[in-house]
Design a protein. Structure first.
Lengths: 200, 112
C-alpha cells in the first residue's frame, strides 16, 4: 500500500505520554510553550561541529590539549562553548590505545558537544555488545584495530560524560584549525571511526 | 591508605562522605542485587578492578530517583577492569580494558 503523506496516524504510547505530560506542565504553570520550544531549538542547534572544533584546537594547541585532558568542561568553556552542567572527560587515542564510548544503562552522551545521539548509540545491540566484544562491533563499523593496540571501552554509567580525542591524521601537517575541524566527524568522537585525510 | 585523593571535578555538596580509595587501589564491586534505580551495571558486579581516577562527590542516584536529595554526597570513581577478567572467552588483546563509573558504597577493598 502506498503511504499517504500527512495521513492520520494515532499517537504511540510514548508520544501520547509526552504530549500529556507537557500539556499538564504548561497548564499547571511550571513551563510555558515558549520555553519548551526554545529548549527544543537549543537542543537541535547543538551539532557535532562543536566537538570537532574542540578536537581541532587540541591538535594545534598543546597547552589547550593538556587542559582538555585534565578538565574537559573547563577547557570547552575557555573556547566559549557552553557545556554546563556536563562534566566532560576527554580520552585520548594514541598509537597504543583506542578509546570508545558507550552507555550500557541508558544512552548518556555528551550532548552539549555532539548534539543528539544517533539511534544506533541507543540500541540494545550496541549497548550490550560494545562492552563485551568491542573489536567485533568496531569491525562492523569498518574499523579494524590492530591486536597490538589496546581497546579501552568507557561505560558512562553515572555522572561523567565522555568524548574521544582522535589522533590527528597523517598528511595534515600545516593545516589550519578550520580545515582540520572539517575532517572530524561525530563517530570519530564516539570512537567507532577515525578521521582520515582525503587522498588526492 | 594513601592521602586524600584529588578529585577531577570540584563538587560542593554538603554533607558528603569522605573518599576511601585512591588511584591504583584494587577494589571489588559488591555482588548485590537490591531493587530500585542502580547505576552499577549488572555485568560488573562481583568483579575486581583498579581505581583509575576519583571523580568527586555526587548525590546518590539511588536516592535521587525517588525525589530525595541524595545527601550525603557519595564519592564516585572510574574503575578500570581487564576485559579478560570480566568475560569468559573474551576475544581481543590482553591489554583491552573497560572503565566504569562506580560509587564508593558499591566498592570494597580487594587484595592486590
Amino acid at each position: 500500500m502506498k503511504e499517504e503523506k500527512g495521513a492520520y496516524r494515532p499517537l504511540s504510547y510514548f508520544q501520547l505520554m509526552e504530549v500529556t505530560l507537557r500539556e499538564l506542565l504548561v497548564e499547571k504553570g511550571y513551563l510555558t510553550e515558549a520555553q519548551v520550544a526554545a529548549e527544543v531549538e537549543n537542543m537541535r542547534s547543538r551539532t557535532p561541529e562543536r566537538g570537532a572544533l574542540v578536537v581541532a584546537r587540541a591538535w594545534t594547541d598543546p597547552a589547550f590539549k593538556q587542559k582538555l585532558l585534565e578538565n574537559g568542561s573547563r577547557a570547552c568553556e575557555s573556547l566559549g562553548l557552553d557545556v554546563a552542567p556536563m562534566r566532560l572527560v576527554v580520552v585520548e587515542n594514541t598509537p597504543e590505545v583506542h578509546n570508545v564510548i558507550v552507555c550500557t544503562l541508558c544512552s548518556c552522551y555528551p550532548r552539549p558537544l555532539l548534539g543528539i545521539p544517533p539511534d544506533w548509540y541507543k540500541s540494545r545491540a550496541y549497548r550490550s555488545r560494545m562492552v563485551r566484544e568491542p573489536r567485533a562491533v568496531l569491525a562492523e563499523f569498518g574499523l579494524h584495530i590492530d591486536e597490538g593496540r589496546a581497546i579501552r571501552v568507557h561505560d558512562s554509567s553515572a555522572d561523567m560524560r565522555y568524548m574521544v580525542l582522535p589522533m590527528r591524521p597523517e598528511g595534515t601537517e600545516g593545516w589550519d584549525e578550520a580545515r582540520l575541524a572539517a575532517l572530524v566527524k561525530r563517530d570519530d568522537m564516539i570512537g567507532v571511526s577515525v578521521p582520515r585525510a582525503p587522498r588526492d | 591508605m594513601s592521602a586524600r585523593p584529588q578529585a577531577q571535578y570540584e563538587t560542593s555538596y554538603e554533607p558528603s562522605v569522605a573518599p576511601r580509595f585512591a588511584p591504583g587501589d584494587r577494589v571489588r564491586v559488591r555482588k548485590a542485587f537490591p531493587p530500585g534505580h542502580i547505576r552499577t551495571p549488572f555485568y560488573i558486579r562481583g568483579h575486581v578492578g583498579e581505581i583509575e581516577r576519583y571523580c568527586g562527590q555526587f548525590p546518590n542516584p539511588e536516592e535521587l530517583a525517588y525525589q530525595r536529595d541524595g545527601l550525603p554526597a557519595q564519592p564516585l570513581y572510574r574503575v578500570r577492569f581487564r576485559q579478560a577478567d570480566i568475560w569468559p572467552g573474551y576475544r581481543g588483546a590482553a591489554a583491552d580494558v573497560l572503565e566504569v563509573e562506580i560509587y564508593q558504597h558499591w566498592l570494597e577493598p580487594a587484595a592486590s
